[in-house]
Design a protein around this ligand. Structure first.
Ligand SMILES: Cc1cc2nc3c(=O)[nH]c(=O)nc-3n(C[C@H](O)[C@H](O)[C@H](O)COP(=O)(O)O)c2cc1C
Length: 231
């Protein structure tokens, strides 16, 4: 005969192990997808992803108690008027950034060494004539976070994006960060399209869709090789 209470304890242990097993799977399967199928995922999936983003932490002390909510979501679908309007705006931003860094690099060899791979990436985007993730996936999602004081919106947005990324992974959708979006927060036309006041919000973006092909789970070095337990 099993001792009394064995059954409930075993069930708790099972649920604990299952929760951790599923979470570990999702964490390992989260990857950057950059090639998407044309098929558009259902709006309900996007809704669930946004809800995950809403559950992410926010910088309560920096935000204070604004009357309106401090986080906003904007969803653009491929082929929509809004997506067609933002593509050239973001491309312009890429060109401006590339020219600006080029000029600065001419004066600073240290910056040249530091920025070389970023500049190469901007060069590839210029060659492609399109920003990866905007118009290359069924959805381009932008999240806005009120800047607050000290301005800490981008950190909150990183948490928000990670929650959305993990949820997209659990829904077996591909997710790509579109970090150039953060450069658009002071672009008047971009902010006008979103309907937000320029300068008050930080922005971050991502692309979501069905991945063209599945990627293997993340490969990382053993965590012990990177960890020091301090006395
Ligand atoms: C702050 C930040 C910005 C990023 N920006 C982009 C981006 O604009 N486009 C992109 O394709 N990936 C972007 N990534 C994704 C990284 O390139 C990716 O996470 C990394 O190469 C590891 O690959 P994995 O996500 O498949 O594990 C970004 C990641 C971080 C943390």
């Amino acid at each position: 005969m099993p001792p009394p209470n064995t059954f409930p304890y075993t069930m708790c242990d099972d649920i604990f192990e299952q929760k951790n097993m599923f979470l570990d799977h999702v964490l390992a399967e989260r990857r950057s997808y950059r090639m998407f199928k044309g098929e558009v995922p259902p709006k309900d999936d996007i809704h669930r992803i946004l809800h995950a983003g809403l559950l992410a932490p926010f910088a309560a002390a920096a935000i204070g108690t604004p009357q309106d909510y401090f986080r906003r979501f904007f969803v653009m679908t491929i082929g929509s008027k809004s997506m067609k309007s933002v593509i050239p705006l973001v491309m312009n931003e890429v060109n401006t950034m590339a020219d600006d860094i080029d000029q600065k690099m001419e004066k600073s060899p240290e910056l040249r060494a530091q920025a070389i791979s970023f500049v190469q990436r901007l060069g590839r985007i210029k060659q492609l004539g399109t920003v990866p993730g905007i118009g290359t996936a069924p959805y381009y999602i932008i999240v806005a976070e009120r800047r607050g004081f000290p301005s800490i919106g981008l950190q909150s947005l990183a948490h928000c994006m990670e929650n959305m990324w993990l949820k997209a992974t659990a829904l077996e959708l591909g997710f790509q960060l579109v970090s150039i979006t953060s450069q658009m927060s002071d672009n008047p036309e971009f902010c006008r399209i979103l309907g937000i006041a320029m300068g008050e919000w930080d922005l971050m973006g991502c692309a979501v869709g069905y991945p063209q092909e599945e990627l293997s789970p993340s490969i990382r070095p053993p965590v012990d090789t990177l960890t020091r337990w301090l006395e």
